[in-house]
Write a protein that binds this ligand. Structure first.
Ligand code: CTP
Length: 398
């Protein structure tokens, strides 16, 4: 369930061209189960009509302080979260100075909830000393700031000034509205995707891991307030917003990143499909086909990253969740891996079925903890599997 489900979100739209993206934001907020009340400034109404927001939110849009004299206090009091998107230089200046000269700024001044501002403007306006000072004040007042992003701006220039995308705003809003979690403030390291071993500059040995399960776990931990580091092998799946991303290719690179990141971590989730074998002497030049009928490649066993980090994990009491990918005797093999690799919990995955494991959007895992408790989770979307797995992990986290 989304943290936005059943929550009241106040969306303040000011007069930037990015206001059209806020229409999409309203749709996404509602899809996530939120009730959305929209307040628009007079300039915003010149960009997008109030009727658009009325239709998308399914609720009246508030624009005029004088026709609804008490609305600003009620809206501010009822909201669980206020989002100002787009936030122009003008509304940020007015907010920084506590002005209440229209419906938008009066409502924000009366709001008792957290406020997330998503600035959008020309990059020179953003870099102007006056805007910088205003942003410093707003941060000091406890407001949350997201963006602006770097990129192409409406007037044809480029620089920091684009409003963050609606999906990113939804992620940050969800994290702000999260419930209590034992993961909050803890460092969680997640590995995801395959690693690869080069044969020559163009060929490699790897596996079918898409990285989806690890990325879903990283995203879910971040939404629970954890400080998440995602160490990912080569994947075509877009990494989630939030976790700090470290890209690696080989098992050795993943091992180096892990050893560094585990120094101050509380939790390790080892979802990567680490290649067990590597080519010790990859060819420096492309191996020509020529008249070959056979190409012999000899593979050597590489590091077992869980074994390699075991002593450090035990010493620093890093709660470790590993996976076991099995084709036969799944539970028995998984129990053996839990023991041999020093895990606190293992998630058993069956390989070779189209609806679970590698490449699928869905997954079915069975969890086994160090005390031997076995729980079979149903076949679910990987995002839902991640939620359930983290619920179970949290229960066991001291
Ligand atoms: N793993 C690891 N280093 C490796 C291989 C796997 O750290 N070189 C981790 C995986 O990320 C996973 C767990 O070990 O969390 C089990 O991986 P799995 O592929 O199921 O097992 P293997 O250790 O490769 O053993 P086997 O090939 O015998 O099944």
């Amino acid at each position: 369930m989304s943290a936005l489900d059943g929550r009241r979100v106040l969306l303040v739209v000011s007069g930037g061209i990015a206001a059209y993206k806020s229409a999409i934001l309203v749709r996404r907020l509602r899809q996530a189960g939120a009730r959305v009340d929209v307040v628009m400034t007079a300039s915003a109404e010149k960009m997008v009509g109030a009727a658009t927001f009325h239709a998308l939110s399914g609720r009246p849009v508030h624009t005029n302080l004088w026709t609804e004299p008490l609305a600003h206090v009620e809206l501010g009091r009822e909201a669980d979260l206020a989002i100002v998107a787009p936030a122009t230089a003008n509304i940020l200046a007015r907010m920084a100075h506590g002005l209440a000269d229209d419906m938008a700024t009066s409502t924000l001044l009366a709001a008792a909830c957290p406020i997330l501002v998503c600035p959008a403007m020309n990059f020179r306006m953003w870099e102007n000393a006056a805007t910088r000072e205003n942003m410093e004040s707003l941060r000091a007042h406890g407001l949350h700031v997201l963006g602006p992003e770097d990129g192409e701006l409406a007037e044809g220039e480029s620089g920091p000034g684009r409003m963050s995308e609606p999906d990113v705003i939804i992620s940050v809003a969800s994290r702000l509205l999260r419930g209590e979690s034992r993961l909050e403030g803890r460092k969680v390291v997640v590995t995801a995707g395959p690693t690869l071993a080069s044969i020559d500059p163009v060929r490699f040995v790897s596996n079918r891991s898409s990285g989806r399960m690890g990325m879903a776990l990283a995203s879910s931990a971040w939404l629970r307030g954890a400080d998440v580091v995602l160490i990912a092998g080569p994947t075509s799946v877009e990494p989630p917003y939030g976790p700090r991303l470290i890209r690696v290719e080989t098992s050795q690179e993943m091992g180096t990143a892990l050893e560094k990141e585990l120094q101050d971590a509380s939790v390790l989730i080892m979802a990567a499909a680490v290649s067990d074998f590597f080519v010790p002497d990859p060819a420096a030049e492309k191996i020509k086909r020529q008249d070959r009928d056979v190409l012999d490649v000899s593979l050597e066993a590489g590091p077992d990253l869980l074994a390699q980090t075991r002593a450090m994990r035990v010493e620093r009491q890093v709660f470790t969740l590993g996976f076991a990918l099995e084709t036969t005797d799944a539970l028995e093999n998984a129990r053996r891996k839990l023991e041999a690799k020093g895990l606190d919990m293992v998630a058993v995955n069956e390989a070779g079925r189209p609806d679970r494991g590698f490449e699928a959007d869905t997954n079915q895992v069975t969890l086994i903890d160090a005390a031997g408790v076995v729980e079979e989770l149903p076949l679910l979307q990987k995002t839902d599997v991640a939620e359930r797995m983290l619920d179970r992990l949290e229960e066991r986290l001291s």
